[in-house]
Design a protein around this ligand. Sequence first.
Ligand code: B1M
Length: 227
Amino acid sequence: MDRLKEISENLQQGDDKMVSELTKKAIEEKIPPKEILYKGLIAGMNKMGEKYRAHEIFLPDVLLAAKAMYGGMDILKPLFIKEGIPTIGKVIIGTVRGDLHDIGKNLVGIMLKGAGYEVIDLGNNVAPEKFIEVAKEKNAAVIGLSALLTTTMPVMKRVVELLKEEGLSDSIKVIIGGAPVSEEFAREIEADAYGYDSASAVETVKRLTRAQVCETGKGRNGESEDR
Ligand code: B1M
């Protein structure tokens, strides 16, 4: 069987050990890590979403698949993160209050670290006030919000409103993402940007932080931005 399909199928069966093993094998076979991630792990998880929607599987199956997803992600993580390089700005990320889905948010964090950002991950079920408090305390350039439930999307709007109320909208940018979120929703709540997936999230954060550097001539941490 095709290696990536094998990863996807074992993930759907919730076999975390097998997914780790197969991910290692795929790396040895020189399959690009991004392909392993998108065509193996994420493809498997998307299939689980479809089956869950069709009532073919139940929540415990999804939980096992999520564990298996982490089995693969833990192996891939070091390949996406360059250790020991100076950071080019701080990004606060988290899944919004009421929402426990964290796989996509964690992927965004891994990719941002790989691109050289310092990522402060607040985890899941994060209150809007917490995002603002930590962004101010850490002098962050960007807040990244993730939501996977339509019912938790309004929390994103609250974060944008709070930033406005505190007069911080110009200095701290907001990017939102997650399966039910869209470009249109980002415009509607006046977030600065929308990220379709982890790769586009990184490109968008780069664009947002470049714009800040152009305005001030300095990176958010005070260093000159010459990358
Ligand atoms: Co839940 N769940 N879940 N779930 N779950 C969904 C989201 C759902 C669509 C399934 C379905 O019905 N088909 C549905 C939501 C329906 C809706 O809101 N309209 C749903 C539901 C209903 C629920 C519960 C309510 C079920 C229940 O209890 N009855 C419950 C809610 C719990 C809660 O949060 N309060 C629940 C629970 C769970 C588990 C705990 C079992 C588990 C989560 C485990 C975990 O995260 N640790 C789970 C899972 C795994 C899923 C599905 C199957 C997969 C989500 C996932 O991890 N995808 C999901 C179905 C689906 O989305 N296909 C589903 C893989 C991940 C890599 O993709 O998160 O989309 P994603 O992230 C992508 C992009 O969206 C983007 O980049 C990532 C990489 O490409 N992205 C960003 C994400 N965040 C970003 C931020 C950015 C930029 C890009 O900038 C900051």
